[in-house]
Design a protein around this ligand. Structure first.
Ligand code: NAD
Length: 303
């Protein structure tokens, strides 16, 4: 089957990212059968955007040329693949787009290969805004032939596709990207807190950083938009960021790489999960640093 023959796509996980990504596939002319474990989520997607909703994972994948998974963790992916059972057609391609655990994905790929089903990992970066515009960065792991087959499907969702290695390599790359994002966010918030205590205006600081060498993704796209505005609604969960930093550390352990800074970063994000409670946006991490400092950014009030 050539890459252009992947027409019918089973899309599993219509969450913050899955919804706009599946919408892009529909716009590009793919046939989409959506499934989500949350009741009514897939039905709402098919009513509001298009495609068909499936009531369970097995009926979603029956007759599909490709199956896309974009679920919170590899554990959820394992559950979804188990629910699919033998409904996958031999020759189908599984495109795992979650930010998962590389070794878990390698295990899924081995089991699927026994059924004649190929798998690649294709995690994404760019968040909800770039998922909506189809401009995601996609990091690919897997056999070259399978990556080539997926290309037309992935180009409907992303603009920067990079094949970084064998199965699991995309997810290792993604975890390391988010480790840097998580660390950049935290150090930036600490700098804003120090500056505010000194008498600097945090909004002015963000402008100066964005014209200077301290600029990073958080200074550009998060601090004014989601922290200083007190909106805390970027659409990427704090639990998911803590998971990604943990995955990066796991890869560090497996490769016997010393990671003192990354380990501290993980401790802080995991501590914030406990302190702030479940269901928080990752930008609410700023409130954790504010509590440590006893200082609220922007308002000048004590936290
Ligand atoms: P989300 O929590 O918004 O969505 C996940 C969806 O999966 C939910 O709708 C949930 O009901 C569904 N689900 C869970 N288990 C399921 C199962 N077994 N079968 C079917 N559906 C199931 O999460 P998200 O923000 O869309 O993130 C998904 C993945 O993408 C995560 O791995 C995340 O780290 C990654 N990611 C997210 C962003 C972002 O900005 N949100 C950016 C890049 C990567």
């Amino acid at each position: 089957m050539s890459g252009g023959d992947l027409r019918r796509i089973a899309f599993i996980g219509i969450g913050n990212m899955g919804w706009p990504m599946a919408a892009r596939l529909l716009e590009a002319g793919f046939e989409v059968v959506a499934f989500d474990a949350a009741p009514d989520r897939a039905a709402r997607f098919s009513q509001e955007v298009g495609g068909t909703a499936a009531g369970d994972a097995a009926s979603a994948v029956r007759g599909a040329d490709a199956v896309i998974t974009i679920l919170p963790t590899s554990k959820h992916v394992g559950q979804a693949l188990e629910a699919v059972g033998d409904a996958l057609s031999p020759g189908a391609l599984v495109i795992e787009m979650s930010s998962g655990v590389p070794t878990a994905t390698q295990g899924f790929a081995r089991s699927l290969a026994e059924k004649g089903v190929a798998m690649i990992d294709a995690p994404v970066s760019g968040g909800v805004p770039r998922a909506k515009t189809g401009e995601l960065a996609i990091m690919l792991g897997g056999e070259a032939e399978a990556v080539r087959r997926a290309d037309p499907v992935l180009r409907a969702m992303g603009t920067t596709l990079t094949h970084v290695g064998g199965i699991g390599a995309g997810q290792a790359m993604k975890a390391l990207n988010n480790l840097m994002g998580a660390a950049g966010f935290l150090i930036g918030i600490e700098a804003l807190l120090i500056g505010q205590r000194f008498g600097l205006d945090p909004a002015v600081m963000v402008d100066v950083l964005n014209a200077s060498t301290g600029m990073n993704n958080s200074t550009q796209k998060k601090f004014k938009q989601f922290v200083l505005s007190r909106r805390f609604d970027a659409g990427f969960g704090l639990d998911l960021m803590a998971k990604d930093v943990s995955v990066a550390l796991e890869v560090g352990r497996e490769t016997n790489t010393p990671t003192p800074f990354a380990a501290l970063c993980r401790e802080l994000w995991v501590s914030a999960q406990g302190l702030l409670g479940p269901g928080q946006d990752h930008t609410a991490m700023a409130q954790f640093s504010e509590r440590l400092a006893g200082e609220t950014l922007g308002g000048g009030n004590r936290a």
